[in-house]
Design a protein around this ligand. Sequence first.
Ligand SMILES: [Zn+2]
Length: 222
Amino acid sequence: MRLGPAQVRFTGVAEGDLGHAGAWVERPTAEVEARRRAVVDRPWSWLRQVHGATLVVVDEPGGGAGQEADAAVSSVPGVALAVFTADCAPVALASDNGVIGVAHAGWRGLLAGVVEAAVDAMRGLGADRIQAALGPCIHAECYEFGPTDLAAVAAKLGDEVRGTTANGRPALDVPAAVRVVLARSDVELVSAGDVCTACSDAHFSFRARKEMARQAGVVWMQ
Ligand SMILES: [Zn+2]
């Protein structure tokens, strides 16, 4: 789909495992590389994700690949920025003047400020108006959450993040948390897939099915 002047893809089971099947590796296998190229045929800047707020500024196609970070930004043509998720939120970002970003946002990353870090870094690269797209992630109905951690997220992002599971238990509403962060950062959310990875057979979910495969969120400039 389009996001301003950029393109975004959020994959699912159909595109196969685009991560590393749960194991950290220096580089993708030929199989994984082929699956990635079938989605976006350029070198991917992918990250060794650790649920933090560190980001990589990518200055050439494929740059930053394998670095330990949870967000990437770039203003360079030819770059494709990717994050891998099962239940965490993939957030794609693009500005009208062609600065792009991507963030892997689970609850720890949201607490650490990973989305804000990406937006700030994009503005540091000269981004003007920024728009965002949120890909498939776990929704409150399926995401029972401990009271202490939920209170920590709510203290940072407000009570909007408090949700309820399908059977009435306290839950974290990840999409609501992403919406709060984007609004505070003055970024318009123009697309939210509204797919719950735990409910969807078309998506990988660690939480629901202990799947180690990962779908991707990729953003690139045409
Ligand atoms: Zn669900």
